[in-house]
Design a protein. Sequence first.
Length: 547
Amino acid sequence: MSLVQRRRVLVALALAVSAVLVGITAVVSQVLTGGGPVGASVSQGQATMRPNIVLVLADDLDMSLVRTMPNVQALKRRGATFTNSFVVDSLCCTSRSALMTGMYPHNNRVFTNGGGPDKANPLGGYPAWKKHDDDSKSLAAALTTRAGGSYHTTFMGKFLNRYRGAGGSAVPQGWDEFHAITAGGYRMWSYKMTDAVKRSGESVISNRRYGRAAADYSTDVLRRMAVRSIESRERSDAPYFLEIAPFATHKRKRKVRATDPLFSPALRDRATKRSAGDCGRVPCARLRVRDRPGFNDDQRDNRPRYADGRLAAAWNENNRAGKRKTKRLENHYRNRARMAQSLDDLLGAVMRSVGPDTYVIFTSDNGYHLGEFRLGIGKRTAYKVDLQVPLIVAGPGVVTGSRGQVVQNIDLAPTIEQLAGNRPSPDRDGSSLVPVLRNPRAKGNRFAFVEHTWSEPVGDDPDLEGSDNLKRSYVAVRNRDALLVRYAHPSGHPSLVSYEFYRGLARVGSFEKRNQFRPQDPTVKAMMRKLDAYVDCASASCRALTR
């Protein structure tokens, strides 16, 4: 019997023995209440059998692309799909830092993509992550220490903005294998990738470079690496956690070829004179930006209002997309769908490679707008198109079907900790989703919070180049149906704080059409109280606010 077969038999036996020893009723009660680990345990004194976990984290993948991806649809059929999944900030580094720490930005202290003007006190990027010792708070560190050091952890792909991967530097804490794409990652070709190597007993970084051959397309490289890693780890008795973070569907920074579009698909998926290219389950011609909810919506009725109800200044220019701009946005939309196909291929390869005792989680760091609200291209807003992301979880004991509970990416760290057999770290701001995975009707969260910080960029930032920019900091709170946004004024004067409020967002195809802010609205008043409490919350007090 092979190691893989032996491990699967042991897992099955552990489940059976656990049910006999503890009693089915007790096991179900513990799982549904989220009161403890869910790793299947054999009798006292014997080892706990822990599942494998694979997290696939897409980049800028908005909800409109999910329907084009056949393997994502297959994962939905075998897992739990969260229809109200939101990120804590629609920006790469803050979102990824929140996911890995299970903390809101004001607690992990990573607020932006870049370091900011004060190098001694960085606002964001990897410098802020390092400054505030977020390595030690991360999910990876928890899996290698709090799980008794039993998990083998591997990272591959996009890590954090401003992470340089200098040769000879220490590998970020918690990772046994570390393959971060650094210089050139947004190009999709001609980039560097780190490796973790042992020198004098310590794990340090070395680098290798990839070229511009078709096979060097980074999503394809990650697919091949992921399959090799999974096949290797599945032959081991030790459980593993693997995070795969492709750059798809992020726009490029610089061209490798003169023909590279702003959103660069693999060469095999591109449009040619003879073919429209591969847009997956939806023909490219049927992907039209005018069908996106909110496209070209007039923003004059979305202007923020002061606390007393008076109109405040608009934060965007309300530039309607004409025929030429609409065509350009449509080309972007279709190229993003073509990029999504190599990402979908990666997910399909993962699904075929993992064993039955492995959880597969698919999500994105944020969404993306393409002409909605007359904004052009970009993210950073508190609107649904930028904040809502796919979240699908499949694996042992997960009941298939949709979930309507409100969830955020800070919930993934405690969820993965509990799936791994631990009680979630008490300093997480997020809540474990395990009870909802086991029981679709389990009580879940009702509110999600958003925290976005604007800072003048220092150096080049691919999320700013060619994108429309919301030059306001804000906090927001939303539930399934309503959204309240509180904008800080660029001057910082508290009397100039302004608001947007929307309801009716639970309907399919809905968007933030008209600002309905009225200071005396009971829902507005309740949400304002939540925002007041949110800005200083931590761990348990944050979790209480989401109920």
